[in-house]
Design a protein. Structure first.
Length: 237
């Protein structure tokens, strides 16, 4: 999830509080992003030429579409498989979107370096995604791993691919959250967190009942399928 991003050059985090086996609501932090890849401060593309011309950004290159994740040297095979398996379990439309952007993603498994954070996405020329899978697995098992992986990749889809008008339509279908813990969750969650949470729910089909990660954002509606229809159409053949 995000860290209450103030602008497009901030880091994005998915975080939780961990006390023994009990997980508290999310917190957030901010860290500077890598060097800017565009005037917006991160790699931005569109999937078709007409939208790219309209928005003044490049079309997603064929080489990027064909590429896949880069895992940090020394990544354990089991950790690599855990990430790829979470993507493989997602709905086909979500897998297709991830396949469009995974060539932009550098994955590292381990602590994020931010207090309480279990996931961190840093936008830049490439997207650096850090996943604390050991901590997530201990607390929530496979459901938690799937949620964290798809949440962070939702951030990449957001920043790298989504036009503003598509994002506005998707935001309209996400209810306002409850409360405002530390000024970053519930009704205070920013649009990037609202989207990433909703993307993960749509991708996994899991609305997160009894799953303690997140920013207290209710499931999008009127149904996951209806909400995600614009995503399903994005870049479809």
């Amino acid at each position: 999830m995000t860290s209450g991003m103030r602008d497009s050059r901030r880091s994005i985090l998915l975080v939780l509080g961990l006390a023994g086996a009990v997980l508290a609501p999310v917190l957030a932090g901010v860290r500077a992003a890598p060097p800017a890849a565009s005037s917006a401060g991160y790699a931005r593309y569109r999937v078709d030429a007409a939208t790219a011309r309209r928005d003044g950004v490049p079309v997603l290159p064929a080489a990027t579409r064909a590429a896949t994740f880069r895992f940090a040297p020394g990544t354990a095979p089991a950790d690599r498989d855990a990430v790829l398996s979470s993507v493989a379990r997602a709905r086909p439309e979500a897998r297709r979107l991830v396949a469009l952007v995974d060539g932009l993603v550098d994955v590292r498994i381990g602590p994020t370096g931010e207090p309480g954070a279990i996931g961190l996405t840093q936008p830049g020329a490439r997207y650096a995604v850090t996943l604390d899978l050991g901590r997530v697995a201990l607390a929530y098992g496979q459901r938690g791993i799937d949620r964290v992986v798809l949440h962070e990749l939702g951030h990449v889809v957001d920043f790298a691919l989504l036009p503003d008008d598509a994002m506005a339509a998707l935001q309209a279908g996400i209810p306002t959250g409850y409360g405002c813990d530390q000024g970053i969750s519930g009704a205070c969650a920013n649009r990037h967190e609202r989207f990433a949470e909703s993307f993960a729910k749509w991708a996994t089909g899991d609305i997160g009942v009894d799953l303690g990660t997140g920013y207290k954002v209710p499931p999008p509606g009127p149904t996951l399928d209806v909400w995600g229809a614009p995503l399903a159409r994005l870049g479809a053949p």
